[in-house]
Design a protein around this ligand. Structure first.
Ligand code: TA6
Length: 273
């Protein structure tokens, strides 16, 4: 079943239910903010506003056509796709799998003057798969960075370990230094890192629960947890929110940027198992 629903303020989302899982996807941002199989996989802040013009804090924000902030770009942090309206263009339903495609309504922007077609297809089954596809339909070459900025719900930040990034080098956004990851990751302070040249699956181990993240057409992964002080400074999260989520983001960021010439297509794929 796929139904269009609304919050009291008119904010629209799709509710998807099948035999394997259920999901909720806002039309603003094509932003999935719930994915439940045995239990909920995504974290959303209790203080998040579901209103036009503000990105939902949690779920999977789509950062496009820019991840983070970039020199010589007037685009806001993480671009504008997450606060823009998308439209439903295709659905397919089977007993255990629902496929939903949304298209960004206006991909052209005053600070990103390119004609393009941007779609995301969600495969809602026991696994959650997302295909973020960009086609450059402009005459000039187009450069993008992007991320599927997934907020994973966790039992407690002290219980998790992130496996698969050992020996990778990363840009540490906290002190702006390039470093090397010497072990699996556990988190006990602010973490904001862009890992490069990642070619293996990532495993999020949370006590005895295991989530596997498989990325295709992407070699950069961001790991983020704001920890105590940053949480205090964020208006849309509770002070202790840092305990309940970790972001592991499937990206084309930093050196892993994408250049598309006319009619070229790039599809960033992430599969969460
Ligand atoms: O992906 C990590 C990051 O870029 C952090 O630096 C942090 O700011 C986070 O994303 C959230 O960004 P937002 O713009 O959603 O507040």
């Amino acid at each position: 079943m796929i139904k269009l629903k609304k919050f009291d303020n008119g904010f629209e989302y799709l509710e998807i239910i099948n035999k394997s899982a259920s999901a909720k996807i806002a039309l603003q941002g094509a932003h999935i903010f719930s994915f439940k199989r045995d239990s909920e996989l995504l974290w959303v802040s209790e203080k998040s506003k579901f209103e036009n013009g503000t990105a939902i804090r949690g779920g999977v924000p789509i950062c496009w056509p820019q991840f983070g902030l970039q020199k010589n770009s007037e685009l806001k942090q993480h671009g504008y796709a997450r606060t823009s309206l998308w439209e439903l263009v295709n659905t397919k339903e089977e007993e255990e799998l629902s496929i939903v495609t949304l298209k960004l309504k206006n991909s052209k922007h005053k600070h990103f003057d390119y004609e393009s077609e941007v779609t995301i297809t969600f495969y809602i089954g026991y696994e959650l798969k997302m295909h973020l596809k960009t086609k450059n339909t402009d005459d000039k070459p187009m450069k993008i960075t992007q991320a599927l900025h997934t907020y994973f719900r966790i039992s407690n930040i002290s219980n998790i370990s992130i496996i698969g990034l050992k020996n990778k080098s990363y840009f540490d956004t906290v002190d702006a230094k390039i470093k090397k990851q010497n072990s699996d990751i556990s988190i006990s302070s602010e973490v904001d890192r862009i890992y490069q040249e990642v070619d293996s699956d990532i495993v999020l181990q949370d006590n005895d629960k295991k989530i596997i993240i498989k990325n295709t057409n992407s070699s950069s992964v961001i790991v983020w947890n704001p920890w105590i002080e940053k949480c205090h400074n964020m208006k849309d999260v509770k002070d202790d929110a840092y305990k309940n989520f970790v972001c592991i983001e499937s990206a084309n960021a930093s050196k892993d940027f994408i250049t598309l010439h006319k009619d070229e297509i790039h599809t960033l794929i992430t599969k969460i198992i």
